[in-house]
Structures are given as C-alpha cells and as structure tokens.
Design a binder for this molecule. Structure first.
Ligand code: SAH
Length: 521
C-alpha cells in the first residue's frame, strides 16, 4: 500500500488568497482534507475533484470532535495510505495544537510536514490598518492566549511580566475575557488610556473593528455585543488605524458576492469583485461541454463541410466561438473556406474570442443581446442569404425567428450543451441561511435556473425564499426576466450587458459615490 502522509497546513486568517503557495500545493494534491471553521470555505474548491472533506469544527447539531479524536483521525487516514491535508486557520503553530497532532504521527512513523501560515495575530490587525510594530511606537509584540478561565490564565500568564515586556500585546481567543484582561493590564502598570482595538472576522466580508481604551473597552464590547472570533490589540500602534485603515474604504467592502457562472468564465468577475474590496464566493452552477448527441454531431459536421455556402456566421457567446473552432478542427474544415461569409458577434467577449483566432468580426452591436444584434444586422441582411448560427443548446429562438422573417435561411447548430453542475459544496445553503451571502450575480438565464436547481439538490426546499435576503444582480433584461419568473426579486440590472456593466450597477447600488476608472469600460 502507498505510504500516507500528513500536511499540517496554515490556511491564513480567512481571505483565501492568504494561504502560502506551499500550503495550496498540499491542498491541491491531497486525498482528504480535515478542516474547521477558521479555514476559509473557498479554499476547499482548490481540492481535486473527488477528494474527501472532513469537517471537525463546531456544529450546533453534533458534538465537537475532541483534539485526541482529531489526532487519531489524522493518523488513521495516513495509515490507510491517504495523503492528508490538515487545514488550520492562521498559522498551525500559533495556538493550533499542531504539536499534539505531529507527535502522534511521529510516534507511528507517519511522515508529516508543517506548512506555516499567516497568523491572524498579525494579519487581522494589518487588515484593520494596525501594524503590530512601529518605529516610534512599538519595537516588540507578544501573542497571548485569552482562552482560559481567569485562575488558569493567572497560572499561565505572568501578568506583571507580560504587561511590561513588549510594546504591543495581541490576545487571541480573548473576547469573553476582555474585562479580566484589561483589568490585569491596568493593575500591572498599563495606563487606562492605552488604546485597544478588537478586530473580528478580519480579512473576511464580516470584518469589524471596535476601538477604545483599557479603561472603557469592556463596556464598549458589552454595549456593541461584540462577538468572537477577534484579535485584541493593546498598545500605541492602535492609533495608526485612523490614518492607515484601507480595506474599509473599498466600495464593495463587507459584501460576499456569489458568482454562479461557469468556472472557466468565473475568474474575471471574481477578480474584479476582489479588486473592489468584496469577497467573491465562486459557486459555478453551469458548465459548457461539447455537444454529445451523435445525431446533432453529424448535422454539425455536415453543415461545416458546406462552409463556402454561408453569407453569415453569427456567434452569440465566447463558448460558442470556442466550440465552433473545435468542431472545425475535428471536421478538418479550414476557416479560409468561410471566406465568403461575414462574421457577427453579439458583444465584446465574443468578439475578443473571435479576434484571438484571427477573425475580426464585421458586426458588433451596441446593445449586447440578440435584439441589439438584429438591429445592427437589419440593413445588411437580404432575402436568400444563408446564415450559420453555432450556439449552445439553451439559446433563445428570437435570432433564428427574426432572421427567417427577413428571408435569411438559418442553419442553427447546438455546438455545445449547458450542463447543470452542483458543486461539491454543502456550505452554501448554510451560508445563505446565516445571511453570509450578501449579493448574488446572474450572468445568464441558465445561471438563474441552475442555481435554484443546485440549491434544491443541496436539500433546500424553497430556494427562491432563501435568496430573498440577498441583493440579486442581473447582467441584462432577459436574465432579470428569468429571475423574476422564478420568484426572485431583482435588485439591479446592468445597463450594459457585460461584466463591467454588472459591476458598475452593483457599485451604484452599494457605493453610489464611487466612480470606476474610465478605461475599464
Ligand atoms: N492558529 C490561529 C489561531 C487559532 S486560535 C492563527 O494563527 O491565527 C483562534 C483565535 O484566532 C480566535 O479566537 C481569534 O482570536 C483568532 N482569529 C483567527 N482568525 C481570525 C479572524 N479572521 N479574525 C479575527 N480573529 C481571528
């Protein structure tokens, strides 16, 4: 049997981009991941298909796994030959109990690696604009647990020494003990005016910061009902926040935005949401695959072999372009045989996909949907012309119908199929229930239909109701109509049916005063 091994990996503080390259490599190659609540759920999407996930964190409906059980689980998985990734929030060696996990593995001769991560103790203050050291204000820091009961804390922490040993004090797991902690620090010599900040869910959409002083912070935490998990920062560096805070001023800060389009197309939208300070949550519900029906495949090939008989080739999606060319390659039809035809593209993405293959389209409408395309084509069409329409199986009938009315003979080819995908992911329904998804983006009617189907498959009985609390953002009027027809209340529709148009509409809603950089449009 293959030798198992365990990677003890720090996932970083929450933002999925804050994992190390080495950690990501371990996650991508493993057979099974063992994770808990502090490791960001988006990271799990990096796992290879079919890899197993085991949640060992707190859950209201089940008992929480004890540390000994987790140690044993890691060992058993490795002994059965699996490559295991134990994903932990922050850095695994900072209050991560990695020592106990590694020790048992060592005793049984199971190889392991410790992959450091970015600890929340430093990263979370940084995301709130607080550097833990500063040339003039603090030349050292301590990371202290606030987890234990006061008498145990007293035994483990030498308050007199901790209080005065270093400049900045960082307490993890200390929200519930904030009163006791501040009292001890004051008793042992820190002034009541010492600035304090609590930063909860740092680096995530829920990030929130509360500031005060040792003298008043307990009261403030109580009044705000400020909940864990949070990093407590004590020291002069907290004053830096006023001038250095940065992420909060990004226009989509605080929003977790669901991206439903095909994985191959999702990254552009996800990156832009991230740039604008939002947190993308990628949950692709659709995938475009090659036409699989043999009869349709024969029809496609036959139609392509008549390349020289078309006056128009009309493409309505980038996926359509990609599959059109793959069928050409398969049929060994040279694109030059379409020399007689003019090419039309529905919008800039389709046009870019064509241009990348050396074809500059003759027609691109100003309004990026079938209606706009028809308008732009109107004065160029003539009865008796032939048009080829390589499209997906869910394309609307408007285009062929209207072309036919203009006397153009249409050959429609379903070069690709849209498939429903249900991501291996059970957290989305939970996140929606807990109000952790703030906006949902739909970039086509099929993403609407498929998201509702995917949620039903995940056990949600009334998916439209579950989405009622979210901002529903649609790329254009057709998508919006589909969403309304399925019982969703559409909050906003892009004026221009592109990703940038969709982002502009979201910004208008969320942060009406921001102006997107012009050149992006
Ligand atoms: N190994 C982890 C710490 C585990 S102890 C690390 O290096 O970050 C768990 C504590 O970490 C929480 O109670 C909280 O104090 C802190 N923490 C972890 N992630 C956090 C986050 N995103 N925001 C605020 N605090 C966080």
């Amino acid at each position: 049997m293959a030798q198992g091994r365990v990677y003890l990996v720090g996932a970083g503080p929450g933002d999925p981009k804050l994992i190390t390259v080495r950690g990501l490599k371990a996650l991508r190659r493993c057979d099974v991941v063992v994770y808990d609540r502090l490791a960001g759920p988006q990271l799990l999407q990096e796992m290879r298909p079919g890899a197993e996930r085991i949640y060992v964190g707190k859950r209201p409906d089940r008992h929480t796994m004890k540390q000994e059980e987790i140690n044993r689980l890691l060992l058993d998985l490795a002994l059965s030959g699996k490559i295991v990734c134990r994903l932990k929030g922050g850095d695994p060696t900072v209050f991560g109990r990695v020592g106990e996990e590694a020790e048992l593995l060592r005793q049984h001769g199971v190889p392991y690696e410790i992959v450091p991560g970015i600890t929340s103790a430093i990263a979370v203050p940084a995301y709130a604009g607080i550097p833990v050291t500063h040339r003039d204000l603090a030349s050292s820091f301590s990371i202290v647990t606030g987890h234990e009961s006061p008498d145990k804390l007293d035994r483990m922490i030498q308050w007199d020494k901790v209080t005065n040993a270093t400049g900045t004090l960082l307490f993890l797991m200390g929200v519930a003990k904030i009163g006791y902690i501040s009292e001890q620090l004051m008793q042992h010599g820190r002034s009541a005016d010492t600035p304090v900040a609590l930063v909860r869910w740092g680096t995530r959409a829920e990030q929130e910061t509360l500031t005060g002083t040792l003298g008043d912070i307990e009261e403030k935490v109580r009044l705000a009902n400020f909940q864990p998990p949070a990093v407590i920062v004590v020291g002069e560096v907290v004053r830096q926040r006023e001038s250095l805070k940065w992420i909060e001023s990004k226009p989509l800060f605080g929003w977790r935005v669901l991206v439903t389009r095909a994985r191959s197309q999702a990254s552009e939208l996800a990156e832009r949401i991230d740039d604008l300070g939002g947190e993308p949550y990628v949950f692709p519900v659709i995938d475009t695959v090659r036409q699989s029906d043999p009869a349709e495949a024969e029809r496609i090939k036959a139609a392509l072999l008549e390349a020289d008989r078309y006056d128009w080739v009309i493409l309505t999606s980038a996926a359509g372009v990609e599959h059109f060319f793959s069928w050409l390659a398969e049929t060994r039809v040279d694109i030059r045989r379409f020399a007689r035809a003019r090419f039309a593209a529905v919008g800039p993405k389709t046009s870019d996909a064509l241009a990348a293959r050396g074809i500059v389209p003759d027609v691109i409408p100003s309004e990026y949907q079938a209606e706009g395309l028809l308008e732009s084509l109107a004065d160029k069409l003539a009865p008796g012309q032939r048009a080829l329409l390589p499209r997906g199986d869910l394309a609307r009938e408007l285009l062929p119908d209207e072309l036919a009315r203009a006397g153009v003979e249409c050959v429609e080819l379903d070069v690709y199929e849209n498939r429903l995908v249900v991501p291996e992911e059970d957290l989305l329904a939970e996140m929606l229930r807990d109000g952790e998804i703030h906006a949902v983006t739909f970039t086509s009617s099929s993403t609407v239909v498929n998201l509702l189907k995917a949620l039903r498959r995940l056990g949600v009985e009334q998916p439209a109701e579950l989405l009622a609390g979210c901002v529903i953002a649609c790329i254009g009027p057709i998508t919006a109509r589909t969403a309304e027809a399925h019982g969703l209340r559409v909050t906003l529709t892009a004026e221009t049916s592109t990703i940038e148009g969709l982002l502009a509409a979201m910004l208008k809603h969320r942060a009406p005063d921001t102006i997107l950089e012009e050149e992006r449009f």
